[in-house]
Design a protein around this ligand. Structure first.
Ligand code: AMP
Ligand code: GLY
Length: 420
């Protein structure tokens, strides 16, 4: 089978790596890819948010199956265009991708599906948003409705902070994403991520994970895209995961189907667990990054079969072959991230490192210049490993991270502290 993966991050490197473990994969192209992906697959320069360009590229390269990594092409309708052209695609339609692209849409679906989530209000002007905050008090959570690259959520400790966030959003700080605002009850508890595949009808759980969103050790400092993750998430016990499936995920999928916009692809449910009860924080319509790196390390070749079966409407006959193992990924980021950081700094130690089915260095923001790896982004590398225990996975992942020589980068030393 000829496969095309869209995206350029650590998530897509991990998806490419898992696809290549599977003998069904004859040819793999990743667009646009990165320097790490280029070591295992062909990379192609392509505007992945341009549906017409992606369809032409897939046709020219005799692609049989397309896996869409990030949310932006999904929200832009690239999966729709590919399906219209008769191609097999893993990833939801633009209508179903609204579960990530619009927070008010998700809240409305949750209400219709009776799925437990935070109480909320939805506003299109600052005065009524502020009146709601005044009535509810703080802490309270202010969210830009649209896609804001993970930055559109403000957890306000005080009413003035919430008012400032409301002014920022309606003032255009998040562009069109902030033209509408959702204000939510602040939920206490421990957060975890639950990943399921859905083919429009059936739902298949494929793993749980927890990530570390804050930049600093002890989960302090500003939010990032994620500084590390591990799978499984001990807080998501089998019983709580089953409850989340029955009360939140399956009713959501049923409501999407009822509206004539069935969901097909991976659904990432961010859950808050308090006193053993799961509530929905958010949905994402893609794999988490860096959670995907840990998940792929655990699933290996079967991940490809599952995604293919999902795209093909065959999830009812698909089983996950669970191993009793753990995986961790540690993100190496540029000094200064998530604030301003330098680009173009040199990384050594990546050539010739031991990479196998127990440990992989997945690249996120690298390019190659004169034979040398160069950092091009904020989150740059993902040292990922698996083991019989989380401690073993952790030790392997950190040994891998430690073997990299990158004076302009840093990583947290305490990934997994809660679980260890
Ligand atoms: P989101 O983009 O909706 O995932 O929000 C980003 C992060 O903000 C989440 O992963 C949570 O850590 C936090 N968050 C969002 N909504 C709430 C809420 N209602 N209560 C507590 N924390 C929240
Ligand atoms: N690691 C969080 C996310 O991918 O949204």
């Amino acid at each position: 089978m000829n496969i095309l993966i869209l995206g350029s991050g650590g998530r897509e490197h991990a998806l490419a790596w898992a696809a290549l473990q599977n003998p069904k994969c004859d040819k793999l192209i990743v667009a646009p890819g990165n320097a790490g992906i280029a070591q295992i697959a062909d990379c192609a320069d392509l505007d992945v948010e341009n549906g017409g360009a992606v369809v032409s590229f897939a046709e020219q390269n005799s692609i049989d199956f397309v896996i869409v990594g990030p949310e932006a092409p999904l929200a832009a309708g690239v999966a729709d265009r590919l399906r219209d052209a008769g191609l097999l695609v893993f990833g939801p339609s633009a209508a179903a991708a609204k579960l990530e692209a619009s927070k008010s849409f998700t809240k409305e679906i949750c209400a219709a599906a009776n799925a437990p989530t935070a109480a909320y209000g939805h506003f299109t002007d600052a005065a009524s948003a502020k009146a709601y905050v005044a009535a509810q008090g703080a802490p309270i959570v202010v969210k830009a409705d649209g896609l804001a690259a993970g930055k559109g959520v403000i957890i306000a400790e005080t009413v003035p902070e919430a008012e400032a966030a409301i002014d920022d959003m309606f003032g255009g700080a998040f562009g069109g994403a902030g033209a509408e605002v959702v204000i939510e009850e602040f939920m206490q508890g421990e957060e975890a991520s639950f990943f399921v595949l859905c083919d429009g009808t059936d739902v298949l759980p494929i793993g749980t994970a927890q990530d570390h969103k804050r930049v600093g050790e002890g989960d302090t400092g500003p939010n990032t895209g994620g500084m590390g993750a591990y799978s499984p998430a001990p807080v998501l016990t089998d019983a709580i995961a089953q409850q989340a499936l029955d009360e939140i995920i399956k009713p959501t999928m049923a409501e999407m189907a009822r509206r004539g916009t069935p969901y097909q692809g991976v659904l990432y449910a961010g859950l808050m667990i308090e006193n053993g009860q799961p509530r929905l924080v958010e949905y994402n319509v893609r794999f988490g990054d860096p959670e995907c790196q840990a998940l792929m390390m655990r699933l290996g070749a079967q991940a490809f079969d599952m995604m293919h079966a999902c795209a093909d409407g065959r999830l009812a006959e698909t089983r996950v072959n669970w191993a009793d193992d753990h995986a961790m990924t540690v993100v190496l980021a540029a000094n200064g991230y998530p604030g301003a950081y330098r680009k173009g700094t040199a990384i050594t130690g990546l050539d010739g490192m031991t990479e196998d089915s127990f440990q992989m260095m997945f690249h996120a923001g690298t390019t190659r210049k004169d034979g040398q790896f160069i950092a091009t982004g904020g989150r740059v590398l993902n040292a990922t490993a698996r083991g019989a225990t989380l401690q073993e996975a952790r030790d392997r992942a950190y040994a891998l991270a430690d073997s990299v020589d990158w004076p302009d980068g840093f990583y947290r030393r305490d990934i997994g502290w809660r679980a260890l």
